[in-house]
Every structure is written in C-alpha cells, then in structure tokens.
Design a protein around this ligand. Structure first.
Ligand code: NDP
Ligand code: 8X3
Length: 253
C-alpha cells in the first residue's frame, strides 16, 4: 500500500517539486497551501502524469482553527498520514532590528514557527497512537548561521532546528522519525515573497552563480523519506556548489 505524505506549502517551489517527485515514486499525497487554484492545477497534473492519488486542503497555516478544521475534515482513508513534510514558510523583508517591520516579523514567526507547531501537534498525535510516522522539517542554512539583516528569519529557522531536536527526543519512544532538511539558496518564489513582489530585487539574489533548484531539494527529501525503518536522517545541509556560507557566494560577476 502506498504511504500517505502531507506536504505543507505545495503551491510553489520546494513543496510543489517534492509533491511531483514523491508522486512519481509511489507515494499518495495530501497537498496544502492558501492558493487553491494552484492546488487544483497540481492535483490534476499529478493525477494525469502519475498513478498517485491526491487530496487537497487549502488553509492558512497561521490560523490554528483553520488548520485543525482542515485536518479533521480529512476523509477516513486519508487520515492515516505516514509522513508530514513541514515545508510552508517564508522570509519577509531584510532589515536591522531597529528598523524591523512588525507585520513582517509576525508573518515569519506565525508561519515558520507557530504554523509548523499547529499542524505537527495534530498530525503527530495520530502518529503516536500508531507508533510510527516521519516528520520532515524544511529548515535552512539560516537555521545554522545568521546573516546581516536576516535576524528574525534566521531566528525562526534556528527555532525549526531546535524543534526538530525536541521532537526527535520526545518521539524517540514512539518510533516516530524526525528529520531536518536545510537548503542553501534555492531559486523559487522565496525571494519574490521576501521582497514583496519586487522582481528586480528577487532576481538579483541569484545573479552570477548557480543556485539550487526546487527539484534538487526534492531529491534530498525523497532520499530522507525512503530510508528503511531503522534509519533516521537527523539533519541534512544541502548547498549550491557556489555557496559555502550563508552569504559567501562564488559569483562570476
Ligand atoms: P515558495 O515561496 O516558493 O513556497 C512557499 C510555500 O509556503 C508556498 O507553497 C506557500 O503557499 C506556503 N505558505 C506560505 N505561507 C503560508 C501560510 N500562511 N499558510 C499556508 N501555506 C503557506 O518558497 P520555497 O519553496 O523556497 O520555500 C519552502 C520552504 O523552504 C520554506 O520553509 C523556506 O523557508 C525554506 N527554504 C527556502 C530556501 C530558498 O532559498 N528558497 C532555502 C532554505 C529554506 P501559499 O502562498 O499558496 O499559501
Ligand atoms: C533561505 C535561504 O538566503 O535566507 O532559507 O539563507 S537564505
């Protein structure tokens, strides 16, 4: 029987690429995000191109009631979630703390930390009952290093690293695997979101070097979730060859 994987933030970037790759590799999928039109298109594409079954849930992960309602609305056959991929997340703005924009801080903290916790609480409770499951948190190089003006985003990803370790400890006796995947720069909608739709600023981030693409990270996630039951990949750092440190790029121009 195919395992069921729930991927948060599957409407673009790493989440979308992971949904596609896992569908091609014998997993059934619950895909989530706020943009329902994109979820519909992805569901149709996966169902046309693979043998995977797809269920979609659209909700804002910052809202605990919406998140709980969505998870509780799952039909019986979709309730046994084997793998949770906590991917939904974002950076908003770049500024010193003295110039910080409160709304930007709240969006990052509410999505990357609180949203991750809301959904993990609901899904992991069922995993504990079953005595098995796997939680994969998409963290970042920003969870291992802090870069200038990235203070709050980096803090949220450091929190994801800490929560990964905390979950690993707490779920040890329940047979639940917990992993963290930490990418360096990936060319997705991430920078467009960070710069609030400014395409010029977003494109500059990836100029002069070859970043990862979403499929590179999806391949890492596929490896992490397809290890045998007795193997847990605790933490993976996957970087572009052209990036050695969070802000140390081998730019050609
Ligand atoms: P994208 O912007 O392409 O994708 C982000 C996804 O998160 C979207 O599907 C978006 O869906 C979802 N999301 C954001 N806010 C919410 C919300 N409030 N409720 C539900 N879903 C939400 O970026 P990436 O694919 O790059 O980012 C995926 C993860 O990877 C993030 O956690 C990011 O921090 C991390 N990461 C990214 C790196 C990069 O360089 N790109 C590097 C390291 C880590 P929707 O808008 O439809 O709700
Ligand atoms: C996203 C990558 O550039 O913020 O986590 O380090 S970056």
């Amino acid at each position: 029987m195919k395992k069921i994987v729930l991927i948060t933030g599957a409407t673009s970037g790493i989440g979308e690429a992971t949904a596609m790759l896992l569908a091609e590799n014998n997993f059934n999928l619950i895909i989530t995000g706020r943009r329902q039109d994109r979820l519909n298109i992805l569901k149709e594409k996966i169902e046309n191109e693979t043998s995977a079954e797809v269920y979609l849930l659209h909700f804002d992960i910052r809202n605990p009631d919406q998140t709980e309602h969505a998870i509780k609305s799952l039909p019986n056959k979709w309730q046994k979630i084997d793998i949770l991929i906590n991917n939904a997340g974002l950076a908003v703005g770049l500024s010193g703390v003295n110039n910080g924009v409160l709304d930007d801080w709240e969006r990052m903290i509410d999505t990357n930390i609180k949203g991750l916790l809301y959904i993990t609480r609901l899904v992991s409770d069922k995993m504990v009952e079953k005595g098995e499951g796997h939680i994969v948190n998409i963290s970042s190089i920003a969870g291992k290093e802090t870069y200038p003006m990235g203070n709050v985003y980096c803090a949220t990803k450091h929190a994801v690293q800490s929560l990964t370790q905390g979950m690993r400890l707490d779920f040890l006796k329940h047979g639940i695997k917990v992993s963290s995947v930490c990418p360096g720069a990936v060319n997705t909608e991430f920078s467009l979101v960070r710069f609030k739709g400014n395409e010029g600023q977003a494109e500059k981030v990836y100029e002069g070097f070859t970043p990862l693409d979403a499929h590179d990270v999806a391949e890492t996630i596929l490896f992490v979730v397809s290890r045998p039951r007795h193997v847990n990949i605790d933490d993976v750092l996957v970087m572009p060859t052209d990036q050695a440190f969070s802000r140390d790029f081998n730019r050609k121009k």
